[in-house]
Design a protein around this ligand. Structure first.
Ligand SMILES: *Cc1c(COP(=O)(O)O)cnc(C)c1O
Length: 399
């Protein structure tokens, strides 16, 4: 999964070009920068790569979600629907703009269940965020069709799926906008960083201005400071070193996914011999970024037994039902409404609880996650890791 596995001369060269100018900042310093605009170049390259019109670089994937939601005009009192299996960042961004996260079940894709989505839409729903978890697509066509019927925009949280496609089209380009993360463990990394992509020029302008205190980069691209502002903003600016890293990593992204697909196929072949095993539904195997390999056992007891054998043999798998960062019932701070704010915001307003979450409200997801085991797939697979993992899977097949 992580792009840091392939850091090399390309990254070094890109970053050195920034140091040669001494300009670490994306805006201004026109005379000094000798034409070097790494963040701007990275945005252009990312938009071209994904096949969309606009890209806005920001400081993180979480910031990308918040910038996109804000640019879409979502805020206080609105409901935003996402799935109960995701990283906490997805709903942190929703809470941070004052909206309420509403969670759907996941299905065999381990992503948003469209049938459950249809049931959770209310007249307060102002955005839908399917998450392409573990590098592979949600049922984005079905989700989009339901959203379109209600006139609700779709924001694809593509943080874990840079480089993944569905029938040739990049994830993140099906909805109104898509967001990406380039943090330390993502398929391509800039250390920290994120991106919003969209084909909608107005939405992109909103992102661009909001992420930089309201500065208008289109009318006044170089010399900032004299212009007025259309609305209040914040600072989520990416720096040039990250843009440089992004250019080097983006150029390696397809090759990284290719080698992950190869490694995943090796593990899958042996895992298929485990009694009762089934696999996560991947809507397009060729477009899979293959950052993860997920397989299911018939029930949680068998999953636990299999994982015990894998662990005993040095190749334990992740069970996201036990993981405290990615699955709804494990988010005690959300369920209990824990916040630093003295008046309880964002969980409380005017002394009243705004919403209450029941840890048992996603039974289908809980059942599915409890029997799902997941391996992270490396870009570089050492002989030792391959042999250890295959031997462990072969032992599990003897159960
Ligand atoms: C990593 C991640 C994010 C947040 O990205 P950061 O760059 O770490 O802020 C958002 N959503 C999902 C699904 C993620 O995995």
């Amino acid at each position: 999964m992580p792009g840091f596995e392939v850091f090399g001369e390309e990254e070094k060269q890109q970053v050195l070009e920034v140091f040669d100018t001494g300009v670490l900042f994306r805006y201004e310093f026109g005379d000094q920068r000798k034409g070097v605009y790494k963040v701007r170049e990275f945005e252009k390259a990312f938009a071209t790569y994904t096949g969309t019109r606009h890209a806005q670089a920001v400081t993180s994937g979480t910031a990308a979600l918040k910038v996109a939601l804000t640019a879409m005009g979502v805020g206080i009192g609105d409901e935003v629907i996402t799935q109960g299996f995701t990283f906490v960042a997805t709903w942190e961004a929703i809470l941070d703009i004052g909206a309420q996260p509403v969670f759907t079940e996941v299905d065999q894709t381990l992503n948003m269940d469209p049938d459950d989505l249809a049931k959770k839409i209310t007249d307060k729903t102002k955005a839908i965020i399917p998450v392409h978890m573990l590098g592979a697509p949600a049922r984005i066509h079905e989700i989009k069709a339901i959203a379109d019927k209600h006139g609700i925009p779709v924001l694809e949280d593509t943080a874990q799926a840079a480089g993944a496609r569905l029938n040739g089209q990049h994830l993140g380009t099906f909805g109104t906008c898509g967001t990406f993360s380039f943090d330390s463990v993502k398929t391509m990394t800039t250390g920290e960083g994120g991106m919003v992509i969209t084909a909608d020029e107005t939405l992109w302008r909103n992102c661009s201005e909001y992420h930089d205190h309201g500065h208008d980069h289109t009318v006044n691209p170089g010399a900032r400071g004299g212009e007025g502002r259309s609305f209040v903003g914040f600072n989520y600016r990416m720096m040039e070193l990250q843009g440089a890293m992004g250019l080097a990593q983006l150029a390696k992204l397809d090759a990284m996914c290719d080698s992950q697909r190869e490694h995943k196929a090796i593990f899958k072949e042996t895992a298929a011999k485990i009694a009762g095993v089934t696999f996560r539904e991947i809507l397009d195997e060729k477009g899979d970024s293959a950052t993860f390999f997920a397989f299911m056992l018939p029930d949680s007891e068998q999953a636990a037994k299999v994982n015990q054998v894998l662990r005993d043999n040095g190749a334990g798998a992740i069970n996201f039902a036990e993981n405290t960062w990615h699955f709804y019932p494990q988010w005690e701070h959300l369920l209990e409404g824990k916040t630093l704010c003295h008046n309880g915001w964002p969980f409380e307003a005017h002394g009243k609880r705004r919403f209450i979450y029941d840890p048992e409200m996603l039974p289908a997801s809980s059942e599915l996650m409890s029997r799902t085991l997941v391996y992270q797939i490396p870009v570089k697979l050492s002989d030792t890791q391959r042999e250890t993992t295959l031997a462990a899977l072969a032992k599990a097949a003897l159960l």
